[in-house]
Design a protein around this ligand. Structure first.
Ligand code: NDP
Ligand code: PYR
Ligand code: MG
Length: 424
């Protein structure tokens, strides 16, 4: 990162007040009458109602529009295990994106947990406060078991963003990139560097979408994950192929698609040159991608290149998913987030780039036209159409697959955040 950007980022977080998010009051609280409703004695009435009927927490408290963004700080972006407290800027950042794009309130919670069980116990004990739980930046393989157990033990949707949010945006971006590059998902050879949360979930989703497992080579720090390795956890073992390829340099030969969810500068120009014609390169590690787009493009002008960052074209980032996944899930009071909801989100995100974006999106991105093509394979994060399209698709899928406790909302599709509380 340049020194300028570093200084600006620290200044942004520090001033004019520390941090990026605050709590707001939503009811009048100025007079003694207001206070006797908001606090004692009036507050006793919703307490009694909720004790009698727990579902009424959705009517009388902020629960139904409140998501916990929870991390243990063990895999912060691509920076590694820097501890719970150091993850707080990222969790506050997720909070502002939830609020800005989907009107969802967030408490960010950073848990000092000595092991997975301690983390799980903490989340289970606090989960009733929230309408949903967004797990963030928890290292693999622990994240898989943590999410599985929390899904069983919590009666609100639990979603590990780095797994599923990332997989969904990879799927959406890939549908469009493949169309532009004139390739079919059934035929492509894929190399995925990173076999953690994002890598495992992305490869699983691509297989669900039609990619062939035998055409996908996944790598970790020790190289290609192949069936003769005896050091694989169960999640990596499930993705192992019988292959003689051992290094990234071997794996990229004739690959159609590179997915990087690992760390900086893994992919060299020489490797990019060995890829198949019209390659697709998703270098998604944050903050520094596996290869910089200008370097990849210089090596292969026929490539489509995406990163996870806001300062290059094609930002394949889970911000395009998690606000709307939770908006849809909360609004139908879904008990979980299912494969059907994820696939619905993939297609809703992918389809948006085929229509011209609103002027406000163009203005925010320098005023240049954005048309479906190599530099516009996925919507921009500030595209207001994401709210209506993705939330509706998710809500519809939840209702159709039987996990919704409420019907498809009569006020959907949302055209703005002013509409999220229809009874007001
Ligand atoms: N653009 C986006 O929306 C998103 C991007 N990401 C990015 O993806 C990356 C991984 O995140 P996540 O899956 O949550 O992290 P995890 O810690 O769960 O997994 C990281 C994986 O990357 C592998 N890895 C790390 N460094 C190397 C290396 N030098 N060579 C080969 N493999 C390597 C690790 O290998 P091993 O198993 O051997 O340790 C591990 O399999 C991060 O940079 C993160 O910022 C993540 C989520 C969303
Ligand atoms: C974007 C994100 O969630 C990550 O890089 O971890
Ligand atoms: Mg993350």
């Amino acid at each position: 990162m340049s020194e300028d950007l570093r200084t600006a980022a620290l200044e942004y977080h520090a001033k004019p007040r520390p941090g990026k998010i605050s709590v707001e009051v939503t009811k009048p609280a100025a007079t003694s009458r207001d206070l006797s409703l908001a606090y004692s004695p009036g507050v006793a009435e919703p307490v009694r109602e909720i004790a009698r009927e727990p579902e009424l927490a959705y009517r009388f408290t902020a629960k139904g529009n409140l998501v916990a963004v929870i991390s243990d700080g063990t895999a912060i972006l691509g920076l590694g295990n820097l501890g719970a407290l150091a993850s707080k800027p990222v969790m506050e950042g997720k909070g502002i994106l939830f609020k800005l794009f989907a009107g969802i309130d967030v408490f960010d919670i950073e848990v000092d947990a000595e092991d997975s069980q301690a983390f799980i116990d903490t989340v289970v004990r606090i989960h009733r406060t929230f309408g949903g739980i967004n797990l963030e930046d928890i290292r693999a393989p622990e994240c898989f078991e943590i999410e599985r157990i929390l899904k069983e033990q919590c009666d609100v949707p639990v979603f590990h963003d780095d797994q599923h949010g990332t997989a969904i945006v990879v799927g959406a971006g890939l549908i469009n990139a493949l169309e532009i590059q004139k390739k079919r998902i059934e035929d492509i050879k894929v190399v995925c560097v990173g076999a953690g949360a994002a890598g495992v979930a992305s490869v699983r989703l691509l297989i669900e979408m039609g990619a062939r497992k035998e055409n996908i080579l996944v790598l970790d720090r020790k190289g290609v994950i192949h069936s003769r390795r005896d050091d694989l956890n169960q999640y990596k073992a499930a993705l192992a192929n019988d292959t003689d390829k051992r290094t990234l340099n071997d794996a990229v030969e004739d690959a159609d698609v590179f997915i990087g969810v690992s760390g900086p500068d893994m992919l060299t120009p020489e490797m990019v040159k060995k890829m198949a014609p019209r390659p697709i390169i998703f270098a998604l590690a944050n903050p520094d991608p596996e290869i910089r787009p200008e370097v990849a493009k210089a090596a292969r002008p026929d490539a489509i290149v995406a990163t996870g960052r806001s300062d290059f074209p094609n930002q394949v980032n889970n911000v395009l998913c998690f606000p709307y996944m939770f908006r849809g899930a909360l609004d139908v009071r879904s008990t979980s987030i299912t494969e059907e909801m994820k696939i619905a989100a993939v297609h809703a995100i992918a389809e948006l780039v085929r229509e011209a974006p609103p002027q406000e999106v163009l203005d925010a991105y320098g005023g240049e036209p954005l048309t479906f093509g190599a530099d516009y394979i996925i919507p921009k994060p500030n595209d207001p159409r994401l709210l209506g399209r993705v939330s509706s698709a998710v809500a519809r899928a939840a209702v159709d697959c039987g996990v919704a406790r409420k019907g498809y909302p009569s006020h959907y599709p949302l055209s703005s955040l002013d509409e999220i509380f229809p009874e007001l």
